[in-house]
Design a protein around this ligand. Sequence first.
Ligand SMILES: Cc1cc2nc3c(=O)[nH]c(=O)nc-3n(C[C@H](O)[C@H](O)[C@H](O)COP(=O)(O)OP(=O)(O)OC[C@H]3O[C@@H](n4cnc5c(N)ncnc54)[C@H](O)[C@@H]3O)c2cc1C
Length: 385
Amino acid sequence: MPITASAVTHWADDPWTRGSWSLIGRHGTPADRVTLGTPIRDRIRLTGEATHPTRAGMTHGAHEQGIAAATWATHHGHRDVIVVGAGIAGLAAAQHLRTHGVTAHVLEARHRTGGRTTGTDVGGFTFDLGANWLQQYDHNPLARLAEQLALPVVPTRFASGHDELENELRRRLAAAPAHASVADVLAAWPDPPAALHRLVDTEIVMDTGADLHWLSARHGFEPGVGDGDRWIIGSYQPLVDHLADGLDIHLGTPVRTITDTPHGVTVDGRHTDAVIVTVPIGALPDLTFTPPLPAAHRTALARLGMGRVEKIILRATDRFWPHTPYFRIHGPTDRSISEWLDATDADGTPTLVGLLAGPWLDTLWTGTDHDITTRVLTDVLHAAA
Ligand SMILES: Cc1cc2nc3c(=O)[nH]c(=O)nc-3n(C[C@H](O)[C@H](O)[C@H](O)COP(=O)(O)OP(=O)(O)OC[C@H]3O[C@@H](n4cnc5c(N)ncnc54)[C@H](O)[C@@H]3O)c2cc1C
């Protein structure tokens, strides 16, 4: 398996996200996402993908929430606003403020824009180490922007092949008692069919990267994946660059403190009328709010959490994998799953893009990136070779 270039992600250890995307735990509901995004004393608003009740965990949900927060700020007459975070939500918010004549300053911890999207050169072609699909394509404003920018996209359709069983699984999850976890529902299923565990790994573990004892049965299986998705050949970078155009962005500027005052807000000593915070919920506990976040926001936050899905991109001299656009490899134990997309068409170089989730990340994702790549080749992909 001669590999010529590779890239490995570390979203779970990344201090500016601590996980891949937000999820609803067994004590939560989508209403917690709404509560989290409710403005605080007309001066502070948390936003980003985690605050969207129906499009969470996706770039266009982040985009919509960014614009909603900016609309709130303009309606309150704020003239100078600090936006914390230069991911899709923060850039969309700042761009909306700018076009409505409000001065917006974006403070970003990393030395780059894009947050959980990041175009990265892997062996001569730019791939994204974060988001790569435009989901719910027909109803996705970022898809319209991608069309405007003439980004090449390909439709992908990854059916589970177990439609009836999937419908039954969804029915049981939806009918579960409040506070039941996905694991509770599976444990209560009499004589579960043999295909059930693999279906759960494919449809729930892969889409969430969650511990199923924690994940809400009723609300953990949120809409998104599989609804007319299209994969961007390349990365989100052109979209991010377009959203960032003309903005006042301060990179390498992590925010630590947000203090509400009688006449505005102070963000690490900078005074402003209002602040829009797009920090992912995994990294939010590192921010100190004075006074503390209201109890309702803290409760909502405690009911949400981050999943873990990691990505690997492999460039090779030969296609050593099955000649199919897409395949899955299940891990040695239940709840471990990987999905592989053949991205050779990107530039003609044999390329695999893999997403991995579940407990086997604990053993696969240790040591250097070279160690991880070697382990993925020998312990995961040998099955496909
Ligand atoms: C591996 C992976 C694959 C994904 N695939 C898809 C996909 O195919 N399609 C899709 O729609 N979505 C996908 N997602 C989810 C998508 O990337 C996110 O939902 C979306 O990018 C979130 O945007 P955001 O602006 O809310 O948050 P972020 O992009 O996380 O932006 C928040 C910003 O805040 C910054 N920040 C954090 N703390 C501080 C601080 N203290 N001070 C200043 N700045 C701070 C961060 O550095 C970051 O830039 C994927 C995510 C991952 C990780």
